[in-house]
Design a protein around this ligand. Structure first.
Ligand code: CMX
Length: 426
């Protein structure tokens, strides 16, 4: 058994006891109300689910287990996974144990690679990535043990086992999608001298002239891991998992939501926007040119990609972390200069425009720009990299939910006729 498993085994009983007491003593207290507008409006702001791994504060941004993201930007994604689950960063020995465990589980079965090769050239990388995860489901230990009558208090252990198997294989799976989809030749094997995140660009075969690509990927995978529980991917994974669908089914469900243009696909759109600006001006525009370009876009009824947020009301700390990386590693790169000009120009324009509640940049304003600058030049693949990272948060939440015995999700839907009756409309 791993150090992570042993730590969770010692932590979970007390957490379960704490929550049981809370519900027993205060289960009838009201924490939220639902308006008609919220029922029709994507349940925005309705407090009706619990997620202890992270919180998104409108002003401070992402807080992981009580720690602001800005304090964690030099950490590895594996450390973030450990933190989300245990409420503690791993010791050196615990991290080494987790990394060795992932390396042991990293090999992708041949039948998955064969199936990826059989996909048409038009297949979207996210569809191939999610399909690959569903094909791995055949190996689910959770499902096998459930069928053998596994006791309820062992659910989390089987979910952890599946989660580690799946996380370990995600870099190889994403890299296989990348190399097969873009016809880049033979697959590249896992390098045991590299860690989990550095293996992703290595197996993708991305050239790294600057030597900074590994650190960019580490940072990217750390920043995107978790964003509390109500976002589309986390919520979908949670709901599928609540039916005791195993981690493979649940993560695939979450990633299918991440593939939407209003969620994870936005980074692809942001990069396209930056490329369009570059092509329109044959390079970096000046401030006046960008201002006119942005107003033309707004006046045609479109949004400026990479700015604004549904929850945040200040600059996304994930953006700040990428901005600092860009200014440190590649301030003179053409696309980074365009992104910096946007950062200096767009908030003022959006303020004058007067609609957006948050005029500041979000993570997508730079994530695609940096991947592009470091030779990952296929925007349609970006959401798969996001998915490699987001799986960490989704799986941490799922393991905790299995340990807490969280029941199946089943909110009550109502009809329009019922709402009309409720508010006195005939
Ligand atoms: N450009 C132009 N208009 C914008 C805008 C932007 N970047 N951001 C918000 N607005 C507009 C909205 O479209 C809305 O207009 P309508 O009233 O005409 O519908 C108005 O301002 C109010 O919107 P809001 O409450 O501030 O923002 P929402 O919660 O409705 O939407 C988001 C949030 C992210 C979809 C929106 O800001 C947007 O479209 N941004 C650009 C796309 C983008 O960067 N997406 C990545 C999001 C990253 C993430 O989710 O992590």
């Amino acid at each position: 058994m791993s150090a992570l498993h042993d730590k969770l085994k010692s932590i979970f009983p007390a957490v379960r006891e704490d929550i049981s007491r809370l519900v027993a003593d205060h289960g009838d207290k009201v924490i939220s109300e639902v308006t008609v507008a919220q029922a029709y409006g994507g349940m925005r702001g309705v407090k009706c689910m619990v997620c202890d791994t992270s919180v998104v504060d409108p002003v401070k941004g992402l807080i992981l287990r009580g720690r602001p993201l800005s304090e964690l930007t030099d950490r590895k994604p594996e450390e973030i996974f450990f933190l989300l689950l245990t409420n503690e960063l791993p010791s050196k020995a615990e991290l080494e144990d987790l990394e060795a465990d992932l390396a042991r589980r990293a090999e992708l079965p041949g039948y998955v690679i064969e199936a990826l090769r059989s996909q048409p050239r038009s297949a979207h990388p996210m569809a191939m990535f999610s399909m690959g995860i569903l094909m791995l489901e055949e190996q689910s230990k959770f499902r096998a043990r459930y069928n053998e009558g596994m006791p309820r208090d062992a659910y989390w252990e089987a979910a952890l086992d599946d989660s580690l198997d799946l996380i370990a294989k995600l870099p190889a799976l994403a890299a296989a999608v990348y190399r097969i989809r873009y016809e880049l030749g033979d697959l590249i094997p896992w390098n045991p001298k590299l860690d989990w995140s550095a293996n992703l660009p290595h197996m993708m075969g991305v050239p790294d002239e600057s030597g900074n690509l590994g650190d960019l990927m580490r940072l990217y995978l750390t920043l995107h891991a978790d964003h509390e529980g109500g976002n589309v991917s986390a919520n979908l994974c949670h709901t599928a998992g609540s039916a005791l669908s195993d981690p493979y089914y649940a993560v695939s469900a979450g990633l299918n939501g991440l593939a939407g243009p209003l969620h994870g696909l936005a980074n692809q759109e942001c990069l396209r926007f930056h490329l369009a600006v570059r092509d329109n001006f044959n390079g970096v525009p000046n401030k006046e040119q960008l201002t006119k370009y942005a107003w033309d876009l707004l006046n045609s009824g479109r949004v400026i990609p990479g700015f604004g947020h549904a929850v945040l009301r200040s600059t996304d700390p994930r953006y700040t972390a990428l901005h600092e990386f860009a200014q440190r590693c590649c301030p003179d790169a053409e696309m980074v200069r365009i992104a910096k000009l946007m950062y200096e120009t767009i908030p003022g324009i959006l303020t004058e425009h007067g609609k957006a509640k948050n005029v500041n940049p979000n993570v997508d304003a730079l994530s695609g720009v940096l991947l592009y600058t470091f030779n990952v030049t296929q925007p349609r693949f970006y959401t798969a990299i996001f998915g490699v990272s987001r799986a960490l948060g989704m799986l941490a939440q799922l393991i905790i939910n299995r340990a807490m015995g969280t029941p199946i999700t089943r909110p009550k839907s109502v009809s329009t006729a019922w709402i009309k009756g409720q508010v006195g409309v005939r």
